[in-house]
Design a protein around this ligand. Structure first.
Ligand code: ZN
Ligand code: ZN
Length: 359
């Protein structure tokens, strides 16, 4: 018992050192001045907060037939669309997010998960909010897998929107790698911007989960306050091999750089996520109901905690692989494989680390 406590204490000390070493985090980007108030070095408190947050979400994923339980029928069920803040709306289904950003010059849709059926639910949600699907001028997604882009080709045909994708994933979308192929009208490079009306979305390339995985950052105004909103992807794993030590495609330095980028973003409002439990859709919906006067989506601590936790988990896996050797390479999946719940049930990454004792 004493030995295991020592071991856990050692891990925590190691993680503190790692978190400290990987500062600084103050954003340099003048565009993001509004979120600058939340930009400060990451600390052990962020990690501890994130550990509880991620633990609770992982537990919630085990709820039988729950909205975030992989493979459950509830996962793809429609939910009431709602405003997150300013001109940004949730139009996804229970388990998988989709985000509408409206402007006077047309709208932007981020994420088009799964299939036509989910695509239709997204269109219905957009209409329920009083917007027109044909006003969607630009679509993009955080990565090309079917749970993010299975409905892209369908919705592109329905709306006539332009498809904008990060390099690395753009070619896979055009090839139809595990999804219906769709023409990419514009290929983004790291930190390119998507502009429409008064909205500017900056696209940060976070390669690893897929070659062109992307985190998006934009601003909204709510009650005369400006906030930075982020749709975040992907911090967790690195197909095909999950080799964090010597994979030439995804070297440790690159994956560490991803965390530095994510930590440099002064995020006020993390969207619930491409997978809606990343930032606790259900919990925040309950908060909204309990107290409509407080906007639960303004949650910079949730963003900081989740990123701090996953950086710690990543470094734990690096330490493990340094000790035990990297896992044997496996062939790259064409896309997320078919799961019990349909085209592809989301699943924890293969390198999902064991959770520390519940705090
Ligand atoms: Zn994926
Ligand atoms: Zn996914």
């Amino acid at each position: 018992m004493a030995t295991s406590r020592c071991w856990i204490a050692g891990l925590i000390v190691a993680s503190v050192v790692l978190l400290c070493l990987s500062a600084p985090v103050v954003a340099q980007d003048a565009q993001h001045v509004y979120g600058a108030k939340t930009a400060r070095p990451y600390t052990l408190d962020d990690y501890l907060y994130g550990r509880t947050f991620v633990y609770n979400m992982a537990e919630f994923r085990k709820t039988p037939n729950g909205p975030n339980t992989p493979g459950s029928a509830a996962y793809k069920s429609a939910i009431e669309p709602f405003k997150i803040a300013g001109n940004t709306y949730y139009v996804g289904v229970a388990g998988q997010g989709a985000y509408l950003i409206t402007t006077a010059q047309g709208d932007i849709l981020i994420e088009q998960p799964y299939d036509q059926d989910v695509g239709d639910k997204i269109l219905q949600s957009i209409q329920k909010l009083g917007f027109k699907p044909t006003d969607i001028k630009i679509m993009t997604a955080s990565e090309y897998h079917v749970d993010h882009m299975g409905a892209t080709a369908y919705l592109k045909a329905k709306t006539g929107a332009q498809l904008v994708m990060m390099e690395g994933d753009a070619a896979l979308v055009e090839k139809g790698e595990g999804i219906p192929a769709a023409k990419v009208d514009r290929v983004l490079r790291d930190r390119d911007q998507i502009k429409l009306g008064n909205v500017v979305i900056t696209a940060y390339r976070i390669p690893g989960h897929t070659p062109g995985a992307t985190t998006f950052l934009w601003q909204v105004t709510e009650n005369n306050q400006n906030y930075n909103v982020a749709e975040t992807c992907c911090w967790s794993n690195t197909p095909p091999s999950h080799n964090l030590i010597s994979d030439p495609l995804y070297p440790t330095t690159l994956l560490r750089h991803n965390f530095d980028v994510l930590k440099s973003l002064p995020v006020d409002i993390p969207t619930p996520g491409s997978h809606s439990d990343h930032f606790n859709l259900q919990g925040k919906l309950a908060k909204m109901k309990a107290n409509p006067k407080v906007n639960p989506w303004i949650a910079p601590q949730d963003y900081r905690g989740v990123i701090a936790y996953w950086e710690w988990a990543f470094e734990q896996e690096v330490l493990k692989q340094l000790k035990d050797g990297p896992p044997a390479p496996t062939p790259a999946p064409a896309a997320a494989p078919a799961g019990a719940g349909g085209a592809s049930a989301p699943r924890p990454p293969a390198s999902f680390p064991p959770f520390p004792d519940r705090p």
